[in-house]
Design a protein. Sequence first.
Length: 94
Amino acid sequence: MLPSNALATNQKHYSAAALAAFLKLYNEKLLQVSQQLHIECIDLAAAIPQNLQVFYDDCHFTELGAELVAGVVAEYLKARLPFHATPVQVAAKP
């Protein structure tokens, strides 16, 4: 659920809490629909940290964030045919 103070009438922008809640809902729905349609989807939200070292705003990666995403995607692809004979799960962040 979204915070009650997501966007006050005198504000021009959503709060950080509201943006985080929107992204969480979006990611959950994306994963749900991908599963229903049997479409592969890499859950980056579960695989990389959600902090200012990785994101410089609510959805754009820093250079470090881009490197982390590239690593997760590379591992995902390397674990699947034709790159690997047996598909394996990519580990989530600790």
